[in-house]
Design a protein around this ligand. Structure first.
Ligand code: GDP
Ligand code: IMO
Ligand code: MG
Length: 423
């Protein structure tokens, strides 16, 4: 049986949480494959908004299993809080939520190192969510990390102490003032490890192989976005995991030839939170209007998201890198009332014109070239079928489909589950 994959094509926050929730009724298992609590996945139904950081977005569906894969990094403190926030919904976490033994743990000192590293970078800071993501993946690839399965072993505390001592020495090296109370952080940490231990901690790749043999339908849920990928993103302004399609194979133990549909999600415009290049960023009234109407504030950090026009160079690149088979366009409703919509189809730089996403993306001379399309006045948020969508909005969709050479199968016109139009 095949595995489908859903991932963001921009700089994150495309609406992955909402669409995974919408699609979960068609799947038996929802599996997160990378990232950690830097993610904030929002879903909304029955008038209530939920933000998930570590737990997959299928958790509200009674029949789906939700799996946190080996490629994810888990902060037990944040994970425990997430479970507590979900307590009113009577979810049976013991049967519905599975955690990979191979997922790496974010220690309190990883968070401190993240803060120190960012502080020491000054103006060149990444704009990290400061959740300890970079230092944890560094320990993973440096072969020093601690994994969820380790907490079930006797030597766990010794290994924890050795790694923490090393981190404290590294903190000194950064030469920045940080205020922290390690004993308080550690007491929270060890308390939440006990919560983690109550969950089903398993050999997740083996579980997924058996599920595939049994014909179960699996949806892999990505975090962040393709332009934040450690290899293909706007390095060094990226996250520390493989957010692209190949990351699902690595982060779950699913073979590439088992992946069938690759759902690529994008916003009808572009946003970015944190530092780094963003050629189509708007600094004018339209940018502010998009931010306000789209409530563009980070679901994890509350920071204002930078807003700009849609960027076809970036989207084409992400579609190619991921092998996207179907697109999903989110937040078209936010553009209602804007007279002219701009679409970037080239980058001009000192070195010439680029029709592809270049290494030189961080070059300050990158200037976007635009095509203009007529906007639409109508409010889209109450529309529930394709034939009721305004003509200029349909034109925008058709234009993007032609340019991107990929069908847009879902159009989202509001944050609620129900504000989703299938095409
Ligand atoms: P994710 O990280 O990809 O899951 O996305 P986030 O949850 O961080 O950000 C997406 C935001 O847009 C959330 O606040 C969603 O509730 C909201 N949202 C999702 N789809 C739509 C849409 O079609 N229209 C509007 N107006 N909001 C949406
Ligand atoms: P979801 O899954 C948007 C950004 C941060 C920063 C950079 C590195 O909700 O789409 P990190 O904490 O990983 O060291 O930060 O990546 N970033 C995200 N931006 N959505 C996310 O996740 C993000 N996760 C990290 O703002 O620029
Ligand atoms: Mg988000």
């Amino acid at each position: 049986m095949s595995v489908d994959l859903l991932l963001g094509l921009q700089w994150g926050d495309e609406g992955k949480g909402k669409i995974v929730d919408v699609l979960t009724e068609h799947y038996d298992i929802i599996a997160r494959f990378q990232g950690g609590p830097n993610a904030g996945h929002t879903l909304e139904f029955e008038g209530i908004k939920h933000v998930l950081h570590t737990i997959p977005s299928g958790i509200f569906h009674p029949n789906a299993i939700n799996l946190i894969g080996n490629g994810v990094v888990i902060d037990p403190i944040i994970f425990k809080k997430e479970l507590e926030n979900l307590a009113p919904y009577n979810i049976d976490f013991y049967t519905k939520l599975l955690i990979s033994k191979k997922a790496h743990l974010i220690l309190p000192t990883h968070r401190l190192l993240d803060a120190a590293s960012e502080a020491s970078k000054g103006k060149a800071k990444i704009g990290s969510t400061l959740k300890g993501i970079g230092p944890t993946y560094m320990d993973k690839t440096g072969r020093n990390g601690l994994r969820v399965g380790d907490v079930l072993t006797k030597s766990w505390i010794d290994r924890y102490q050795i790694l923490t001592q090393k981190h404290l020495k590294m903190l000194n090296f950064h030469n920045v003032e940080l205020e922290y109370d390690l004993s308080e952080l550690e007491s929270q940490f060890f308390e939440s490890i006990e919560t983690l231990k109550k969950c089903q901690i398993i050999d997740s790749e083996n579980y997924l192989h058996q599920a595939q043999d049994a014909g179960k339908k699996i949806l892999a849920e990505g975090a962040q976005g393709s332009l934040l990928d450690i290899d293909f993103g706007t390095y060094p302004y990226v996250t520390s995991s493989s957010t692209t399609a190949a990351g699902a194979c690595i982060g779950l133990g699913v073979a590439p030839n088992k992946i069938k549909e690759v759902f690529g999600i994008f916003k009808a415009y572009t946003t970015r939170v944190g530092s780094g290049p963003f050629p189509t960023e708007l600094f004018d009234e339209i940018g502010k209007r998009i931010g306000k109407n789209g409530h563009e504030y980070g679901a994890t950090t509350g920071r204002a998201r930078r807003c700009g026009w849609i960027d076809l160079i970036a989207l084409k690149y992400s579609i190619r890198v991921n092998g996207v088979t179907q697109l999903m366009m989110m937040k078209g409703d936010v553009l209602s009332g804007i007279e002219t919509i701009k679409v970037c189809n080239q980058y001009k730089t000192k070195k010439g014109i680029y029709n592809y996403f270049p290494f030189d993306i961080n070059d300050e001379s990158v200037s976007p070239q635009y095509i203009e399309l007529p906007g639409w006045e109508e409010d889209l948020t109450k529309i529930n079928s394709v034939d009721k969508l305004p003509k200029n909005f349909i034109n925008y969709i058709h234009f993007l489909e032609r340019e991107l050479m990929t069908p847009i199968k879902i159009v989202s016109v509001g944050p609620d589950r129900k504000q989703t139009i299938l095409r």
